[in-house]
Each structure stands twice: as structure tokens, then as C-alpha cells.
Design a protein. Structure first.
Length: 209
């Protein structure tokens, strides 16, 4: 049968038959990978926004407090893209973001943020000055970590994570922080107690589904 060109035609014994080519999956996987990376960069969940503001580079942006998988993200957005840096906004807009969070976060998380603005200011204790920031402390593996609400010049505030590696000093993580809502509430309450953040309600924040 193998020697018969008629009997073997169309079978695996056909010497003139070309093996079927398997479609390559590399291109599709690469395309999917790139698309997923782009989607991750532009993902936006329910959010409340403040702004617009203008950075030192002349780029205009808004700051969003967003509910995302894994927690709450605070990030600068320019157009449809997240800016890869720790968010900076006007100090007066902090309370507005908290007020708008009621329609964005779970009720328990929104109440934790609102309660932070009701923290009682404390008199400065004698001795060395406390950290000039509202702080929420935690750990990342073997590293100490802090979420800080830091007043800047011009009535602005930066909200960022800082990490202290063993044997080294504190290092700014210049990226949008993404943490549980309780961490933001803790840092905000500390800032209010230290007189670094206003407790009054603000305007200029808009909730978005």
C-alpha cells in the first residue's frame, strides 16, 4: 500500500503530502500581553476626582480616588492614562475627595475616611518636632513602610508611600499608592491631629461611576 501512489494518496503514507503547519501562537500571545498591559494602565473603577491641576512639567491632570481590585488607588490621571508618580493635589481638595468617596467606596470604608476628618487636633508635644506629615505605618516583608500625607509649598499635598530598607534610610516610592481604605484614613486622621490637613468640608470633587 505504501508503494502504491493511488492507495497511499491522502494518507500519512503519501510521500507527496506536506505536513500540516501548526499556527504559531507567539504573535497572538504577544498581542494579548501588550493589550493586557495597556488595559492595566488605563483601568479605572468607580472614582471621585479633584482638579484639574498643573504639574511642574506643564501637564494638566486630575487626581482620582478609585476603588480598584485589591484596595483604593490614589493617582494622577492625564487624559486616559495614569501618571507614574505619587499624586499631588491642592490641600483644600482633600476633604472634597473624602466627601465624594461616599458614593464610590463601601460604606464602611467611606465612613472611615469621613471619621478621619473629625479627628481632634492635638497640641504640639514638647521635645523634637513630630514628622511633618500624616503617617500610617505598616510593613512590606522585611521593610518598614509608611503612607504619608505631606504638605508641600503652594498649598499642595503629596500622598505617597515611603519604604525603609534594612541598613538604609527612607526612600520615596514615586508611584500611585494602592492600599486598603483604612490606611488612608489613618494617615489622614494623623494629619488632621497634627494640624497639617483641614477638617472642614471642601468642594471641587466629583464622583464618577
Amino acid at each position: 500500500m505504501a508503494d502504491c501512489p493511488i492507495c497511499s494518496k491522502g494518507t500519512v503514507l503519501d510521500q507527496g503530502r506536506r505536513p500540516a503547519r501548526r499556527a504559531s501562537s507567539t504573535g497572538g500571545s504577544a498581542r494579548r500581553s501588550s493589550a493586557e498591559k495597556r488595559a492595566a494602565g488605563v483601568f479605572s473603577g468607580p472614582h471621585v476626582s479633584a482638579g484639574p491641576f498643573e504639574g511642574p512639567d506643564g501637564v494638566r491632570y486630575t487626581v482620582r480616588l478609585e476603588r480598584v481590585p485589591g484596595g483604593v488607588r490614589l493617582a494622577e490621571w492625564s487624559g486616559s492614562q495614569v501618571r507614574p508618580r505619587a499624586p499631588v493635589l491642592a490641600m483644600d481638595d482633600l476633604a472634597g475627595l473624602v466627601a465624594g468617596a461616599e458614593g464610590v467606596l463601601a460604606a464602611r470604608d467611606a465612613e472611615a475616611l469621613a471619621g478621619a476628618l473629625r479627628a481632634e487636633p492635638q497640641e504640639a508635644a514638647p521635645g523634637p518636632s513630630p514628622t511633618a506629615a500624616g503617617v500610617s505605618r505598616g510593613r512590606t516583608g522585611d521593610f518598614r513602610e509608611e503612607l504619608r500625607i505631606e504638605p508641600l509649598d503652594g498649598g499642595r499635598v503629596r500622598i505617597a508611600r515611603w519604604v525603609q530598607r534594612p541598613g538604609a534610610g527612607w526612600e520615596l516610592q514615586d508611584a500611585p499608592p494602592m492600599l486598603p481604605a483604612g490606611r488612608y484614613a489613618e494617615a489622614l486622621a494623623d494629619a488632621v491631629r497634627k494640624g497639617l490637613a483641614p477638617a472642614a468640608s471642601g468642594s471641587g470633587a466629583t464622583a464618577r461611576p
